[in-house]
Design a protein around this ligand. Structure first.
Ligand code: FAD
Length: 161
């Protein structure tokens, strides 16, 4: 199958946008990712998928921990920054959750210990056991669809007689 066709079809699946963060020897590294899912309630497990070329890969293999921050609709530039799409060096503002760096102002954040990793083609899947969570009530998520950023729109409420 043609790579472009596969990418186009996968782009039809709308997702939120996260920034994965980890810390090695006092140095924080972040990376934008939308390959995130909740896996299990008991125990509480989540999954991320990191490409073989990403610097993040070795860092998580070493730290054995990662945090995930779900971005708000106002954090598109942060997504672009952590995807390497903004060339100038910018400072990032982090908060701390359970001793780990998370993106300041994110709609929700969680911290994990890596409990399993699986190579899957040109990506590695990291299953994380969730160690802490934080969220804010009144924020709207950033959405990614067909390679573009979007906002959530409510459907018109249906009227039942
Ligand atoms: P780099 O490219 O070197 O770092 C990423 C950028 O983050 C750099 O430009 C740097 O300026 C900034 N940065 C990092 N740490 C800090 C810090 N402490 N302070 C300030 N800035 C910092 N790739 C995947 O593997 N899996 C995915 O699920 C995935 N989903 C994506 C979803 C979207 C919407 C987008 C746009 C990209 C996605 N990518 C994904 C691609 C991935 O974000 C990029 O390939 C990214 O550049 C890989 O990062 P890196 O670890 O190689 O580090």
């Amino acid at each position: 199958m043609d790579d472009r066709l596969f990418r186009n079809v996968m782009g039809k699946f709308a997702t939120g946008v996260t920034v994965i963060t980890t810390e090695i020897d006092g140095s924080i590294h972040g990376m934008t990712a939308n390959a995130f899912m909740s896996v299990s309630l008991n125990p509480k497990l989540v999954l991320i998928s990191i490409g073989e070329k990403a610097k993040m890969l070795d860092r998580i293999k070493k730290s054995k921990t990662y945090a995930v921050s779900f971005l708000t609709e106002n954090q598109k530039e942060i997504s672009m920054q952590f995807a390497g799409q903004i060339k100038e060096n910018r400072e990032a503002e982090f908060d701390w959750l359970n001793g780990m760096p998370v993106i300041k102002g994110a709609i929700a954040s969680l911290t994990c210990n890596v409990v399993a990793e699986y190579e899957a083609g040109d990506h590695t899947l990291f299953i994380g056991e969730v160690t802490d969570v934080h969220f804010q009530e009144d924020a709207e998520p950033l959405i990614f669809f067909q390679g573009k950023y979007r906002e959530l729109k409510s459907l018109k409420e249906s009227v039942h007689s």
